[in-house]
Ligand binder design. Structure first.
Ligand code: AMP
Ligand code: MG
Length: 642
């Protein structure tokens, strides 16, 4: 570290730019444009971007042709034909199949047999379908209805006319475009060279997917996400893998990437901790260097944009959600321009915000939302799990932007939702509430019935609120009424009903072989925990059913670890398994998954709140069936179906 801390911190704060200013400076420094043309064989053209307008060099079809099986005729011969007064036509001594160049003229009073796709012979101006004729001995037919000139044939150039612009420069080539290019005989296609974008992930903690995960390690998710998003936007990702937070290795990797690629996208290492390493190296890579470091975006503040000897070098924040937002918002437009693609089409829908969303003043904030529908229209549920989350992106349909000057979006506000992909499909069943691995089994069975479901894990209370507002079809809950000890039912309002789900056995979890707990009863284990000042517990969040059980065990005691209050059973089990805590209360399947010892405590009821008169009863009926059919699957997971 060469700079004094204070100088670095101050430096970062002085440089924060608005999103618009950062974008303006970046675009001005990059001047993004296609990187040059090349020709590409038709067979390899899918996914490429046309560099020129494509004109048809030939007519399609190239000749007038029949579109039915029948007889090429002169329409005038049949003007008086009817069932009652059929007209007889003599057959010419030629049969026109596909690829046969006709030799004989259709003279008045004659017809030539022709197949679909066959060239119309001279003299003919219509085709009568074979179904509308009868043979009349050898060499003649009877026709019982009239045809109009031009009937059952397509004229040369009627599909694509020679000289017509078929496809415009900037079109991204898909199977449909390949069809048009092949039909006009093009074998080599003028395309823009694909930008090569080097992708690097930095961080000592990162592990390549497929490798074992050691302690304190996480899988590199940014690298694969960014590479895929690069390919989705017309460029080619050069995956250079993971580079540790080591000056020499990072510098070497950056120089290699700079030489090999048209742009570099790194992720990680922009925040204050190790931050100055990446950013100092990027600053040395070429002129003019860093354009913006620190942008008033949420998520995404630590974004760093640079241009080094004409090549964009971008350092995305490490947290996957932040990385994806900044990538889509600020990098995709530049990439697409380099790839020769037009700006991405952004589909927007108006939707209502169910509850107030607070926002930081002074930063443009993006909130990912999943869409559901109620009687009044679309509802946009925030799915944020913090910028460290990887799943939010795949659960969300799109996002809502909150202006830098706004401190919140009020409940009920109608806002534009920008979709991640055009076209939305509201799932058949919207399930909002507490998540349980057992639910995945039921949803699997529902999918086999051809129905889609979306689960938004907003906790039992969040689910109850959503179902009361009519935004969810089902709300999975596990809430114990402290006064009565009864699960779930006491929390329903008169217009709600309960579909019984399953029971989950809760228990005291500890590492196998811990002499304080091994082989003891529940009461003895808790007493041992409370008696040992070195013993650390892991609690649960306020409002969780499990928390009520824990308070019952502690009887007012607040042992060390009490304030460690994660929101999920998995977090409790991980904490105990990894030795950050010595005991906690979690459900049996989760304890079993981490091979923890388990002393049974109580059954927790996991049920589904549902409206008495559901807006959409059919999928709920399907859910009941799926639930009934999932008994074995639930038992196999360690649950007890109701
Ligand atoms: P950084 O920007 O390096 O300070 O990282 C911020 C956070 O993002 C840390 O929790 C990192 O572990 C995490 N992170 C950094 N890079 C990646 C990556 N490639 N995939 C997933 N998480 C990452
Ligand atoms: Mg890092």
């Amino acid at each position: 570290m060469t700079e004094p801390r204070a100088g670095l911190v101050q430096d970062q704060f002085l440089r924060i730019l608005t999103r618009e200013e950062a974008m303006r400076r970046f675009v001005e420094a990059v001047r993004p444009a296609p990187l040059g043309r090349e020709t590409c064989p038709l067979a390899a053209a899918a996914g490429r971007v046309l560099a020129e307008d494509i004109r048809a060099a030939v007519d399609t079809p190239p000749f007038d042709r029949s579109v039915v099986d029948g007889f090429a005729v002169r329409a005038a011969d049949l003007s008086g034909a009817s069932q009652a007064a059929p007209v007889m036509l003599r057959l010419n001594a030629e049969t026109i199949t596909c690829g046969h160049d006709p030799a004989l003229t259709v003279q008045p009073g004659t017809a030539t047999p022709i197949s679909t796709g066959g060239p119309i012979p001279r003299g003919a101006d219509a085709v009568v379908m074979i179904e509308h004729t009868d043979p009349e001995g050898e060499g003649a037919i009877r026709v019982g209805r009239a045809v109009t000139p031009g009937q059952n044939l397509s004229y040369a150039g009627s599909d694509m006319a020679r000289g017509q612009v078929l496809l415009h420069a900037g079109t991204s080539i898909t199977a449909r475009e390949i069809g048009m290019l092949a039909a006009v005989g093009l074998a080599d296609i003028p395309v823009w060279r694909k930008p090569r974008i080097a992708v690097l992930s930095t961080g000592n903690e990162l592990v390549e997917p497929g490798q074992p995960l050691g302690p304190a390690r996480i899988y590199d998710s940014n690298g694969p996400i960014i590479a895929a998003a690069i390919e989705e936007n017309g460029a080619m990702a050069l995956r250079l893998g993971i580079v540790p937070d080591d000056e020499a290795r990072l510098e070497a990797a950056l120089r290699e990437a700079h030489a090999a690629a048209d742009a570099i996208i790194l992720s990680g290492g922009t925040s204050k901790g190790a931050g100055d390493l990446t950013y100092r190296l990027v600053g040395r890579l070429g002129e003019p260097g860093i354009i913006a470091h620190g942008v008033a975006l949420k998520p995404g503040k630590p974004l760093c944009l640079a241009v080094c000897d004409g090549k964009p070098v971008i350092v995305l924040p490490g947290f996957p959600t932040s990385a994806m937002f900044t990538f889509h918002d600020m990098i995709v437009p530049v990439l697409r321009a380099m790839a020769g693609l037009p700006a991405r089409e952004e589909a927007q829908f108006e939707a209502r915000i169910p509850a107030r969303i607070p926002s930081e003043l002074g930063r443009t904030e993006f909130v990912m939302v999943a869409l559901a529908e109620d009687a009044e229209g679309l509802v946009a549920h925030p799915v944020g799990k913090g910028s460290g989350a990887v799943t939010a992106f795949s659960q969300a349909d799109g996002f809502v932007a909150i202006e830098a000057e706004a401190d919140s979006l009020p409940a009920g506000a109608s806002v534009p939702v920008t979709l991640f992909s055009p076209g939305i499909r509201i799932p058949d069943l919207v399930i909002i509430g507490s998540h349980c691995t057992g639910l995945d089994a039921v949803i699997g069975s529902l999918r086999q019935q051809g129905l889609s479901a979306r689960i938004l894990a907003l906790g039992s209370m969040g689910g109850l609120a959503a179902i009361k507002r009519g935004e969810a079809d089902l709300a999975p809950i596990h809430l114990m009424d402290e006064a009565s000890g009864i699960y779930n039912r006491p929390f329903l309002t008169p217009d709600l009903d309960l579909i019984p789900g399953w029971k989950r056995l809760q228990g005291f979890v500890h590492r196998r072989g811990d002499p304080r707990f091994e082989g003891r009863s529940l009461a003895a284990a808790v007493a041992a925990a409370l008696a040992d000042p070195d013993c650390l517990m892991v609690n649960r969040n306020q409002g969780a059913g499990t928390r009520t059980l824990i308070e019952g065990l502690l009887k007012g005691a607040r042992p060390p670890g009490y304030w460690n209050q994660p929101r999920a059973h998995n977090a409790v089990a991980a904490s105990v398994a990894q030795g950050r805590a010595d005991w906690g209360i979690a459900i049996a399947p989760v304890a079993a998954a981490l091979d923890l010892a388990f002393i049974p405590l109580a059954d927790e009821h996991y049920d589904f709140a549902v409206a008495r008169t559901p807006r959409n009863p059919a999928p709920i009926e399907a859910f009941r069936i799926a639930l009934a059919e999932s008994g074995d699957a639930l038992r196999a997971l360690g649950f007890t179906p109701a």
